[in-house]
Design a protein around this ligand. Sequence first.
Ligand SMILES: Cc1cc2nc3c(=O)[nH]c(=O)nc-3n(C[C@H](O)[C@H](O)[C@H](O)COP(=O)(O)OP(=O)(O)OC[C@H]3O[C@@H](n4cnc5c(N)ncnc54)[C@H](O)[C@@H]3O)c2cc1C
Length: 350
Amino acid sequence: MISRAGASALRHVRSQLRPRTGPTYVASVSALTRLLSSLAVLEQRDGKLNHSSLGAVTAAQKLGGSITAFVAGSNIKGVAEEAAKVAGIEKVVAVDNGTYDKGLSESYAPLLVENIKKGEYTHIIAGHTAFGKNLMPRVAALLDVQQVSDITGIENEKTFIRPIYAGNAIATVESSDNIKIITIRGTAFAAAEAEGGSASIEDGVDPKSEPSVEWISENLTKSDRPDLATAGKVVSGGRGLKSKEDFDKIMLPLADALGAAVGASRAAVDSGYADNSLQVGQTGKVVAPQLYLCAGISGAIQHLAGMKDSKVIAAINKDADAPIFQIADVGLVGDLFDKVPELTEKLNKQ
Ligand SMILES: Cc1cc2nc3c(=O)[nH]c(=O)nc-3n(C[C@H](O)[C@H](O)[C@H](O)COP(=O)(O)OP(=O)(O)OC[C@H]3O[C@@H](n4cnc5c(N)ncnc54)[C@H](O)[C@@H]3O)c2cc1C
């Protein structure tokens, strides 16, 4: 919780933030910036910092004020040291306890709340990832504040931009809560520089509450291809591929020729052509690569919600009226079973 003195100072500074110019206004803005204090919740796996979670630091930099990073898990020292090198972070709060290794929200949320109370942060920021989506609503509920989810922009310390209705409308929302619990869309906030910082590291509070759930196992898809969420190029296949055998035979060589990650529509995933972790869209991953090349995908709004911010969208579909062509920068009308292998062959010859 923010201290009473801090809250009253914030209220005073905000009352000064009327749209006017001159020395008082400038002084007030910098006073407000000094009072802002963000906690970026960073992700780790097997003792390695997850660099894609550094978008939370970038969002905190946009807010201004001091930035603390939070990490937890077993043998956390190495992760904390990695985080301490990230540009912009002033302090790393680390909790060394294997209970938090898998980021189970049932035990991680009370842990985070204790540390938020101790640090009196004004903004708590995490990625809108499976981890963040699971954790942050619990944290918000425990603090009795409202979460601001999946933001793509920051207007000021209490006003945020977020897509709604599968990205068909953009809402500007204002939060009057003392502590803002925020998840950020990874494609809107690039990861902060991993080098250049020299933050201090301190031990966080560990409530050591009895975990109510137990981690049994995980079944991860292993791939040498680039990670779908962060890849610069993505090739994606849809129901038009007709079977898993054809999906693998047609799309994987194209991905290899381009050095791209593989994605899929929900119809392709539901039909068993591609793994669930490859789904792009409203209920899958949100990607914004330099190139999104899709074949046999119609362009349903739920799919577009996950890829429409890609820099160049290229589509292959045999139906010239398929909605995907309305947002594609480059379109090829034709049978993907001919066109994709032809394209792959040409790329391999280059
Ligand atoms: C709540 C909700 C959430 C959803 N979330 C997602 C999501 O996250 N991601 C997602 O993708 N969908 C999602 N969907 C499903 C979405 O509405 C569509 O059903 C789905 O995207 C369709 O996938 P598709 O384009 O592969 O299949 P289809 O719509 O069936 O399109 C197949 C396309 O392949 C083309 N085609 C067929 N054969 C060939 C060929 N030989 N050569 C070239 N082209 C060919 C066809 O012309 C057609 O355009 C969601 C739906 C709901 C209701």
